[in-house]
Design a protein around this ligand. Structure first.
Ligand SMILES: NC(=O)C1=CN([C@@H]2O[C@H](COP(=O)(O)OP(=O)(O)OC[C@H]3O[C@@H](n4cnc5c(N)ncnc54)[C@H](OP(=O)(O)O)[C@@H]3O)[C@@H](O)[C@H]2O)C=CC1
Ligand SMILES: C[C@H]1O[C@H](OP(=O)(O)OP(=O)(O)OC[C@H]2O[C@@H](n3cnc4c(=O)[nH]c(N)nc43)[C@H](O)[C@@H]2O)[C@@H](O)[C@@H](O)C1=O
Length: 343
């Protein structure tokens, strides 16, 4: 069967005769974190697929770190499916700069959502987002799912990685004790629309787009990029992740988490060169060794995800071009707002 055909066909994933996710488009689906990069991509994807009852809440409406509110929400809404894409997320510098917030916010959100989903009794399937940072720095590359807990996560990333590992273990525990169909996806570095562009805490791609654009606009002779340029990373576009999450919701039911990565690895140096070219900046790149370098390599073994019929579609350069256009549109909108305010 072709992967295209598999990707649109609804199957009985659990083998229990219950309707599959893709055949259940009028069921209530709660997407937690729908304004974020992953949450907005899955929200768009579900709407495009024809899901008619997707429930969302902003953080102001529902603080997922506050247990009584989360339980009241689940009791009132009684969703059939839940995708947990909310959390405190940031680039290489962010979690070590705010370790208490990363550890406690992410633990609270995961515990509250998984716990309330089980307690309310309506949830047929729950998907939690982990991350490739769960693996030890010396894991074999590409990293298989079995490398989990074969050593501690990289120093500095533990504040973010430990709640992610806890999420995997919670899903396994709830599956074992309550028979809950709780699954976990572990993506590698993601990029795409709704990845914020601010400076210090952002991920590398929006940070570089912003910096190269500013240098081009001001005629700066060089742009500083963090570290040595040597680290290797695997980037996956969020629209591809949204496809993968739908495949998992529809076809996967197992205690082990599932890696999701594009399989295309680039060095930070190659990435910076690609962003420089897309933006059209003609100056120099200067490597700033005083800024965080991150782990040397982080490539996922995504063969399990591929076997489920998922293939990434967005090439990195196309994704960077799309993001640069979004950035330019934001700049233009901001300029119009400023001009109107002063008119
Ligand atoms: N980005 C990446 O490269 C990767 C991400 N992941 C995982 O994917 C998931 C989504 O990440 P991503 O989309 O990038 O993150 P974003 O920061 O883009 O989005 C996270 C969302 O969670 C919401 N949120 C945070 N705290 C709360 C809270 N207390 N109550 C309600 N909502 C809250 C945020 O709301 P608000 O906008 O109001 O702050 C935001 O909408 C996370 O679990 C992350 O760990 C995994 C691998 C890589
Ligand atoms: C899977 C995992 O992915 C993310 O982990 P990360 O790889 O640390 O992400 P990053 O985008 O911050 O850095 C990637 C590389 O890029 C280099 N780099 C150069 N110049 C800048 C720069 O200006 N900013 C940033 N942030 N990095 C830079 C930086 O030194 C590093 O080598 C987590 O945020 C997390 O969300 C997650 O789950």
């Amino acid at each position: 069967m072709s992967s295209q055909r598999r990707s649109i066909e609804a199957v009985d994933a659990n083998g229990d005769g219950a309707m599959s996710f893709l055949a259940d488009k009028s069921a209530k689906v709660f997407v937690a974190g729908h304004r974020g990069m992953v949450g907005s991509a899955i929200h768009r994807k579900l709407e495009a697929l024809g899901f008619t009852n997707v429930v969302v809440r902003t953080r102001a409406e529902l603080d997922l770190a506050f247990q009584p509110a989360v339980e009241a929400f689940f009791d009132a809404e009684r969703p059939r499916y839940v995708i947990l894409a909310a959390g405190k997320v940031g680039g290489v510098h962010a979690s070590s700069a705010a370790p208490a917030q990363y550890l406690t916010q992410n633990l609270r959100i995961t515990m509250n959502v998984v716990g309330a989903a089980q307690r309310c009794g309506s949830v047929r399937k729950l998907l939690v987002l982990a991350s490739s940072t769960i693996y030890p720095e010396d894991a074999p590359q590409p990293m298989p799912e079995s490398a989990l807990l074969s050593g501690p996560p990289a120093a500095g990333s533990e504040w973010y990685a430990i709640p992610k590992i806890t999420g995997i273990k919670m899903c396994q525990a709830y599956r074992a004790e309550f028979g809950m169909d709780a699954i976990v996806a572990a993506p590698n570095n993601l990029y795409g629309p709704c990845d914020p562009f601010p400076s210090e805490r952002s991920h590398v791609i929006p940070a570089l787009i912003r910096r190269f654009h500013h240098a081009k606009a001001t005629g700066a002779a060089e742009v500083a990029v963090w570290g040595s340029g040597a680290p290797l990373r695997e980037f996956t576009h969020v629209d591809d992740i949204a496809d993968a999450l739908v495949v998992l919701m529809d076809r996967y039911s197992g205690a082990e988490h599932v890696n999701v990565g594009s399989g295309s690895e680039v060095s930070v140096r190659e990435l910076a060169e690609a962003v420089r070219e897309v933006v059209g900046y003609e100056g120099r790149v200067a490597w700033d060794a005083s800024r965080p370098e991150g782990v040397a390599r982080r490539l996922l073994d995504s063969s399990k995800m591929r076997k489920l019929g998922w293939e990434p579609k967005v090439a990195l350069r196309d994704g960077i071009k799309e993001l640069y256009h979004i950035y330019l549109r934001h700049q233009w909108d901001a300029k119009i707002k400023r001009d109107l305010a002063h008119a």
